[in-house]
Design a protein around this ligand. Structure first.
Ligand code: F6P
Length: 313
């Protein structure tokens, strides 16, 4: 997100505009003015941030933003500063708020950013490439112990209700089984894959479990131990990667995407094209009306689920 913040700021300054950064997302937008959550951003304020994960502006969940009166406070804060347009960087929840603000008359442009990569309107979202790489690095490290001790490692990855992150990590690490919300595997099916790996003389097995699946990884481990212990051969261990996946220095892919997304968001404002989400289609930066983005979840490519199975023999 930092590259996108930098790109929005400097592209807007280049046009001679005044730029404010809002700390902690919608929570900062609605905060009383004396809390100083909205601050001027000049070119140097966004210097030295492009290699940092997360966001220098901070982020917060803000359920109160669903309340129209609360949103009105946010709009009043912007009016007081003479702000003409808002760039909103985030995932589904954030863009849902952006769409409502847009319907209420604010000029808003969204930037597709979430490690879940579940947003309609963008093939890939900002942050997911870094999250995949961080998770892969963790799995590579877990494989060392799994292999030495002849264990099956159950690794839970994030992604909310979307299996994209789990699928990409599972495919890229050659997981013996991948459990996704969109492609559930019963404990018996997972046990069969683990057993198969054991019988073929593999030293370990990796099972990737996306957090939105029917069973979390710890529950899957429990059922495997309770009901399939004899057949699986390997000892089991579960690791939940959790927020580690949201850390780490952004990959080159994410930095380049952040630069292009941020600059395009400013272009959109300049052209009066608002109420849209900036995303990627193929190699092109595109815009999609926010109304078409919110309320849905992007499907995963089911052919990759089959590919992962074929390649994991
Ligand atoms: O949407 C990004 C995400 O990291 C999801 O993958 C995960 O389910 C959620 O946020 C975790 O939210 P929190 O940090 O509020 O626990």
């Amino acid at each position: 997100m930092n590259m996108a913040i930098r790109a929005v700021t400097r592209s807007a300054l280049d046009r001679g505009w005044t730029v404010y950064g809002i700390e902690e997302g919608y929570a900062g937008l609605i905060a009383p003015a004396d809390q100083g959550k909205i601050r001027r951003l000049r070119a140097r304020d966004v210097g030295g941030i492009l290699g940092q994960g997360g966001t220098v502006l901070g982020s917060a969940r803000c359920p109160e933003f669903e309340d129209p009166e609360v949103r009105a406070r946010g709009r009043a804060n912007l009016e007081r500063l003479g702000v003409d347009a808002l760039v909103v960087i985030g995932g589904n929840g954030t863009q849902t708020g952006a769409e409502v603000l847009s319907r209420e008359g604010l000029d808003v442009v969204g930037v597709a950013s979430t490690i879940d990569n579940d947003l309609l309107g963008s093939d890939v979202t900002l942050g997911v490439d870094t999250a995949i790489n961080v998770a892969l690095d963790c799995v590579d490290k877990l494989r060392v112990t799994a292999s030495s001790h002849r264990r099956a490692s159950l690794v839970e990855v994030m992604g909310r209700d979307c299996g994209y992150l789990g699928l990409m990590v599972g495919l890229a690490c050659g997981a013996e089984a991948i459990v996704l919300p969109e492609a559930d595997m019963s404990p018996a099916q997972v046990a069969a894959r683990i057993e198969d790996a054991y019988q073929r003389g593999k030293k370990h097995a990796i099972v990737i479990v996306a957090e939105g699946s029917a069973r979390r990884a710890s529950e899957l481990e429990r059922v495997l131990l309770d009901e399939h212990c004899e057949r699986i051969g390997f000892e089991l261990r579960t690791t939940v990667l959790g927020h580690i996946q949201r850390g780490g220095s952004p990959t080159a892919t994410d930095r380049l995407l952040g630069a292009r997304f941020g600059a395009r968001a400013v272009d959109c404002i300049a052209r009066g094209e608002t109420g849209v989400l900036v995303g990627l289609r193929g190699r092109e930066i595109v815009t999609t009306p926010l109304a078409q983005v919110v309320g849905g979840i992007k499907p995963v490519d089911m052919s990759l689920v089959e590919l992962a199975r074929v390649l994991a023999v």
